[in-house]
Design a protein around this ligand. Structure first.
Ligand code: LP5
Ligand code: MN
Length: 245
C-alpha cells in the first residue's frame, strides 16, 4: 500500500546519539519504503550554516541521500531552529527545500504543510524575533562570522529563548485557531499537517461549515512520531525509543 511519511521536531544534536540512532533506523527501515518523506522542520536542534561540516550533519545528509537514491524523494521545510539549513546541505542530502508553506496533493486531498511556528500568533515576542532572524542581510552577515562566534550567538539565543519561555503561558505557545483557519482558507485546503508545538494530535473541526482536520506531529525527545498518509487514511504513530531496538 503506498504511503507518504511526515516527521518533524527531531532536534538532532551531537549530545543525543539515541535520537540520531532512532532517526537512522527510521530512515533505513521505514522511509525507504515510502512514496515520499516530508521533514517539517526542527530536524536539527539548531543550524548555524551549511559550512558546519559536523559528523552529525554528514551522517544525516548521507541518510537522506541514500533514501532518495533508493527511490523515496525527501522534502524539507525549515523549522524555527534550523532555518539556516541552505541549498548546499540540500544538494548534499539530495533533498528538495520547500517554501515555508506548501500545498501538496495527497491521494486526492489537497493538504497544507508547514513547520507550524507561524500559527502561534499570540507569541508576539517570538513572531518579532522570527521576522528579524529572517532578514536576508542579517543572515548574510551571520554566515560570514567565524563558526565559533556563530555557535556562541546561537547558544545565546537559545538561553534567552528558554528564559522567556518560562514566563509564557502554555496557550500562548500553542497555535491560534483563527490563524489556523485563516491560513487553511487562504490555501484552499481542508487538511493541515504541522509540527513545532510538540503536542501530537489529530484535531477535527468545522471550517466554513465543512469538516476540516489539523494533524500535529510530535517531537522525538524520548519517542518517535511519524505520520503515515495513504489512500485509506492517516495514522499518527509513536513508539518509545526502547521499543524500537
Ligand atoms: O524552539 P523552542 O520550542 O524551544 O522555542 C521556540 C521559540 N524559540 C526559538 C529560538 C530557538 O529555540 C533557538 C534557535 C537557535 C538558532 C540559531 C541560528 C541563529 C541564526 C541567526 C540568523 C540571523 O525559536 C520561542 C517560542 C517557542 O518556540 C514556542 O513557540 O516561544 O521563542 C522565544 O522564546 C523567542 C523570545 O520570545 C524572544 C527571544 C529573544 C532572543 C534575543 C536574541 C538576542 C541575541 C543574543 C545573542 C548573544
Ligand atoms: Mn519548532
Amino acid at each position: 500500500m503506498p504511503r507518504t511519511l511526515f516527521i518533524a521536531d527531531l532536534h538532532l544534536s551531537a549530545g543525543r546519539p539515541d535520537i540520531t540512532a532512532a532517526f537512522l533506523r527510521f530512515m533505513e527501515k521505514e522511509a525507504v519504503h515510502a512514496e515520499a518523506l516530508y521533514v517539517l522542520g526542527d530536524l536539527f536542534e539548531f543550524s548555524i550554516g551549511d559550512d558546519e561540516q559536523s559528523p552529525l550533519n554528514r551522517q544525516v545528509a548521507a541518510a537522506f541521500r541514500t533514501c532518495s537514491e533508493r527511490g523515496t524523494p525527501v522534502y524539507f521545510i525549515h523549522g524555527n531552529r534550523d532555518f539556516m539549513v541552505g541549498r548546499r546541505f540540500a544538494r548534499e542530502a539530495g533533498m528538495t527545500l520547500l517554501p515555508e508553506r506548501q500545498v501538496i496533493e495527497l491521494y486526492g486531498e489537497p493538504t497544507l504543510i508547514m513547520h507550524g511556528d507561524t500559527l502561534c500568533t499570540e507569541d508576539a515576542g517570538y513572531q518579532r524575533y522570527r521576522r528579524i532572524t529572517r532578514w536576508p542581510w542579517l543572515q548574510w552577515l551571520f554566515l560570514r562570522l567565524p563558526l565559533t562566534l556563530r555557535l556562541r550567538i546561537a547558544e545565546g539565543i537559545r538561553g534567552k529563548s528558554a528564559q522567556s519561555k518560562q514566563d509564557k503561558m502554555m496557550q500562548v505557545m500553542d497555535v491560534n485557531q483563527a490563524e489556523v483557519e485563516r491560513q487553511m482558507a487562504e490555501a484552499g485546503v481542508r487538511r493541515l499537517i504541522h509540527g513545532h508545538t510538540h503536542r501530537p494530535a489529530i484535531h477535527d473541526f468545522s471550517l466554513a461549515g465543512r469538516p476540516a482536520r489539523r494533524i500535529v506531529l510530535g517531537d522525538w525527545y524520548s519517542q518517535d512520531s511519524v505520520l503515515a498518509v495513504g489512500p485509506q487514511g492517516v495514522e499518527l504513530q509513536s513508539r518509545a525509543f526502547e521499543e524500537l531496538s
